[in-house]
Structures are given as structure tokens and as C-alpha cells.
Write a protein that binds this ligand. Structure first.
Ligand code: HEC
Length: 115
């Protein structure tokens, strides 16, 4: 399990860089994120594809490493989902702040709520 997680790291970095290049949107400073602001779920989908899909599955039904996130909104509040992303339980990696901004976490939370 551990070696598989490490093997995924360069892939995840490449995917994250590709997503940044496509996205073209300037990163909002994390201190400027206001969670009451509406989240951008379509940007959240791009974050998900780049950072989460390899473990949780492209359609959120789970993968070899991560559990299914389908109907996560019925099990957790948006704040709880966001907390699970910002401060995850091992073996889920901590992607924030090195590979994901607070705005990305806000947006990907909104996307997870659509699964
Ligand atoms: C390297 C694999 C990996 C990556 C990448 C990853 N996760 Fe996870 N995630 C996991 C694992 C494993 C768990 C279960 C942790 C535990 O045992 O509590 C988890 C748990 C979660 C949970 C809590 C689910 C629950 O009901 O316990 C959420 C929400 C979540 N991940 C969302 C995300 C999002 C969103 C991303 C992308 C920003 C992401 N994860 C990236 C592996 C990963």
C-alpha cells in the first residue's frame, strides 16, 4: 500500500501541473478564501481529476486506494468534507497547501457533493 502511494506521487504532480497549465486562472491567495462564497464545482471537477481520481476513481466510485465518495454529501456536511480534504486521515495524503490551494479545496468539496 505504502509503495503504491509513493509511486503515485510523480503522477499526481504531473497531473497537477497539467491542470494548472490548462486552468490559466490565477490562484487565489488562501487567506482570501471566504467559504461563504459560492464554490466553482466545474473547477472542482478539474481539481478532482488531477488530484483525487487516481485514488477515488474518475466517477467517485472508489479505487484501489481510496473509498467511494458517492453520496458523501449524505454522510458528511460540506464543512466535514472540506475538513477531510484539508486535514485528511492517513493514508489519504495531505494535498493542501503544497499541491492544492484553499480555493481548490472549496471547489473540489462542491464537486464531491455532486457525486
Ligand atoms: C493517494 C490516494 C488518495 C488521494 C490522492 C486522495 N485521497 Fe481521499 N482518501 C484516501 C483514503 C485511503 C481515504 C480513507 C482514509 C481513512 O481511512 O479514513 C480517503 C478519504 C477521503 C474522504 C473521507 C471519506 C470517508 O467517508 O471516510 C474524502 C472526503 C476524500 N478522501 C476526498 C478526497 C479528495 C477530494 C481528494 C482530492 C483533492 C482526495 N481525497 C485525494 C485516499 C486518497
Amino acid at each position: 500500500m505504502r509503495s503504491r502511494v509513493f509511486a503515485a506521487v510523480p503522477l499526481m504532480l504531473a497531473a497537477a501541473l497539467a491542470a494548472c497549465a490548462q486552468n490559466g486562472r490565477p490562484q487565489r491567495a488562501s487567506s482570501a478564501v471566504r467559504y461563504e462564497m459560492p464554490a466553482n464545482a466545474s473547477h472542482g471537477r478539474a481539481v478532482y481529476d488531477a488530484q483525487c481520481a487516481q485514488c477515488h476513481g474518475r466517477d467517485g466510485t472508489g479505487g484501489q486506494i481510496g473509498p467511494s465518495l458517492r453520496n458523501e454529501r449524505l454522510r458528511r456536511s460540506p464543512a466535514e468534507i472540506r475538513a477531510a480534504i484539508l486535514d485528511p486521515e492517513p493514508p489519504m495524503p495531505k494535498l493542501f497547501p503544497a499541491r492544492m490551494s484553499a480555493a481548490d479545496a472549496h471547489d473540489v468539496t462542491a464537486f464531491v457533493e455532486t457525486l
